[in-house]
Design a protein around this ligand. Structure first.
Ligand SMILES: [Ca+2]
Ligand SMILES: [Ca+2]
Length: 358
């Protein structure tokens, strides 16, 4: 295990080491320096939250991706302009309640989540965690089919066999990017969503400067020893999604970002589609429109840090990797839908949310 500054990371070649870590009692090794307290800054409140199912538009356009301050890790550079098509993103991580609702339907409709083992304590309003990348994409397919959408992920390049069971990785050609179903965000989509329309900032809220820890404290996000009321659960110290709404303890501001998103820093790590390559940002495909990661790599990317992460890993540019079959009590996900595909299903009683410049 290697340490860098006050953050932490596992060597890229031993992601499986996280297995023994998660199952064991080595949590203390993740402790960074005590979180600093700083002035509160406010995100934008997008109104009442519908847990787990509320989605907002992220507009098409370019943004600056990567570590603009040189304070992150090597794999976060070079910084470059990336163009992303518009998409819709969930305001929160997938909750345990939503997971259970879809999983109950899925298990009587041909799905099996072989790698899943829920957290021992049932917390419906908390993010689902302990979920592998493979089960996350299967579950996304299940939710799509349950709601009458076209599933995105297939086991074959011809896209004839919908991914519903098993632990086989899926080929890049097996993804129907034009389907109206739910899917994981690409890394570029995740980072654009996390930045909330801000350029070059360290966190989802105003935080422009190299001293990133100055902008981060326990009133803004759930991270390791952040002082929230959920710290006592050493096995899975997530907080309810929507907790950072201005009423949290310690009392803080509403920490939704410019797109109205919660927990883009901390709480559960969030699986992305992309394969990981430590020099992937320097490859030609990294500057393509709608980049979807390198053609080869190992593991799948996770973003945003978690309840077990330091401030450095909760930055919007920070990247993490794990094997797709691996699960941890800090691994969760949130879903996106390609542009236009949620809008047709919004009823007059649930009007489309206004776009935000970004
Ligand atoms: Ca915490
Ligand atoms: Ca998160």
């Amino acid at each position: 295990m290697s340490f860098q500054n006050n953050g932490w990371r596992f060597p890229r070649t031993s992601a499986r080491a996280l297995g023994s870590f998660c199952a064991g009692a080595a949590l203390a090794i993740l402790v960074g320096e005590a979180p600093r307290r700083g002035p509160l800054t406010s995100g934008t409140n997008r109104g009442p939250l519908t847990l787990g199912t509320d989605m907002v538009d992220v507009p098409a356009g370019e943004f600056e991706m990567g570590d603009a301050h040189g304070t992150g890790y090597r794999d976060e550079r070079p910084v470059r302009r990336v163009s992303v098509s518009g998409f819709d993103v969930a305001r929160t991580e997938v909750t345990q309640a939503l997971w259970d609702d879809v999983a109950a339907w899925a298990q009587t409709n041909g799905y099996a989540f072989e790698g899943f083992e829920r957290c021992p304590k049932r917390k419906p309003a908390h993010p689902i965690c302990n979920v592998s990348w493979l089960d996350a994409v299967k579950w996304a397919n299940a939710r799509s089919e349950k709601e009458g959408r076209t599933p995105v992920y297939h086991l074959d390049a011809a896209q004839r066999e919908v991914y519903r069971r098993g632990l086989a990785d899926i080929p890049a050609q097996g993804v129907n990017w034009s389907a109206n179903g739910y899917r994981l965000p690409t890394e570029a989509e995740w980072e654009k969503a996390a930045r909330g329309g801000l350029n070059g900032h360290q966190y989802p809220w105003p935080s422009d400067g190299p001293e990133f820890s100055r902008f981060f404290d326990g009133s803004k996000a759930n991270f390791w020893q952040s002082g929230d009321p959920f710290e006592s659960d050493a096995d899975c110290a997530t907080s309810p999604v929507g907790y950072f709404d201005g009423r949290q303890t310690p009392v803080g501001a509403n920490m939704t970002n410019g797109f109205g998103l919660y927990d883009m820093a901390g709480n559960a790590f969030e699986w992305c589609w992309d394969l990981y390559h430590d020099s992937g940002y320097g490859r030609p495909e990294a500057t393509a429109t709608d980049p979807r990661g390198p053609p080869t790599g190992y593991g799948r990317v996770l973003r945003g840090g978690s309840w077990i992460s330091s401030d450095k890993y909760c930055r919007v540019a920070a990247r993490y990797v794990s094997e797709p079959s691996y699960r941890c009590h800090c691994y969760g996900f949130r879903l996106v839908v390609s542009a236009g595909d949620c809008r047709t299903r919004r009823s007059a009683a649930s009007p489309r949310r206004r776009r935000t410049p970004g």
